[in-house]
Ligand binder design. Structure first.
Ligand code: C5P
Length: 234
């Protein structure tokens, strides 16, 4: 499904992956925190962490869990460090970042909701940061026509989609870049690279993956089930 060149493992386990998983997932419905919703009998968070752990560079996983579910998440993902998440995604990432030892230089941030993200993508992001880039995000081209609308939902213009990209996670950073971005953030951002852009730092893209889709709406769960079934035909 992907044509990405996967780097040879560096032989180093020098990467911490932060997993914000404290969202309620209101768009998905169901009443359970989204990361704990099941896909093929297992919580999305477990799917996500299993794939992260398969990336050879990953030394530690830090999960920001719904505060009421910290103990349950510790049992679900025994090898991970689990901290209570915050009221926003950004606060959850900050809480997880605070639990990373100062010796770790490369930090990735990966949404639990992107449960089927392949280990290869985690490894590619880590390798790009290790090669010297301060901030790296997976990106896909926009396939739909994009229009800008006004408050009454009337079309104002058609936007040229050629230079537009859909951005996924994991997003990778030099630790000091991410720490600085969080320390200086004044408003809420929907991703971590957005904060780094605000600092005026360059954010590089690498090819994303169809499997890294964000499970947000009920239809995304159906798509994820189909993708899983296609990768494990019975
Ligand atoms: O709400 P959204 O889909 O953008 O959430 C993206 C990720 O951030 C999800 O994995 C969600 O669990 C997480 N999140 C969080 N803390 C919040 C809100 C969202 O960890 N307060």
């Amino acid at each position: 499904m992907d044509s990405r060149d996967v780097p040879a493992p560096s032989g180093r386990r020098d990467v911490a992956v932060l997993v914000p998983a404290a969202g309620m997932g209101l768009r998905l419905g169901g009443g359970t925190p989204k990361a704990l919703r099941e896909l093929a009998g297992e919580p999305l968070l477990v799917h996500a962490c299993r794939r992260i752990a398969q990336a050879p560079s990953v030394a530690m996983i830090v999960i920001a869990a719904p505060p009421a579910e910290v103990a349950a998440v510790r049992e679900l993902v025994p090898g991970a460090t689990v901290v209570p998440g915050g009221a926003t995604r950004q606060q959850s990432v900050a809480a997880a970042l605070a639990a990373v030892p100062a010796t770790v230089d490369i930090v990735l941030v990966h949404d639990a909701a992107r449960a089927l993200t392949p280990p290869d993508l985690v490894e590619s992001v880590a390798a790009a940061v290790r090669s010297g880039l301060a901030a790296v995000v997976p990106a896909l081209p926009v396939v739909d026509t994009v229009k800008r609308v006004d408050a009454a939902e009337c079309v104002l213009e058609t936007v040229d989609r050629t230079p537009l990209r859909v951005i996924q996670t994991p997003q990778g950073f030099r630790r000091e870049t991410l720490v600085l971005a969080h320390a200086q953030a004044v408003d809420e951002h929907t991703d971590d690279a957005g904060m780094v852009e605000r600092l005026g730092h360059k954010v590089h893209t690498i090819p994303g993956s169809d499997l890294a889709l964000k499970i947000t709406r009920p239809v995304d769960l159906l798509i994820a089930q189909a993708l899983l079934a296609a990768s494990h035909p019975s």
